[in-house]
Design a protein around this ligand. Structure first.
Ligand SMILES: [Zn+2]
Length: 137
């Protein structure tokens, strides 16, 4: 697909692991990256972002943000913002920790960086596969 630009801060394009959301400007820690807008749903989907108890939002941009265990953005649930957790450089992909934000992942998967099962934070630990120490870049 063609790159989709969302001025001033980001572009959705093909990354290493399929589509991702990339920053087109340097952003400082604490900065709002964008505010999610979209349909509210009661149950999580592959693309929804949780913003409360049984509250999920389907946002065109957020639906493309990939998971990382060392995230550089996080969800501000009440305000529906994505916020920078650290300074982010132009060209970096933004990623958030699905396990931190989501109670339940609609389509659980194994994280490529650490082999942890990403399924949401309320699942019992004993169901996770053996975890090796992650080496995050
Ligand atoms: Zn990981």
């Amino acid at each position: 697909m063609n790159n989709i630009y969302f001025p001033p801060y980001f572009v959705v394009k093909n990354g290493i692991h399929g589509l991702g959301v990339f920053i087109t400007a340097d952003l400082k820690k604490g900065k709002i990256v964008f505010k999610m807008k979209g349909k509210m749903v009661n149950t999580p989907s592959r693309t929804s972002v949780q913003i409360g108890m049984n509250k999920h939002i389907e946002d065109n941009i957020a639906g493309h943000i990939n998971h990382s265990c060392t995230p550089n953005v996080a969800v501000h649930r009440r305000m529906h913002y994505f916020i920078c957790l650290r300074d982010i450089k132009e060209g970096e992909e933004i990623m958030f920790d699905y396990n931190q934000n989501e109670d339940m992942i609609a389509a659980p998967f194994i994280c490529e960086c650490c082999q942890k099962k990403i399924m949401g934070r309320k699942r019992p630990v004993k169901t996770q596969p053996k975890i090796r120490v992650a080496e995050h870049a």
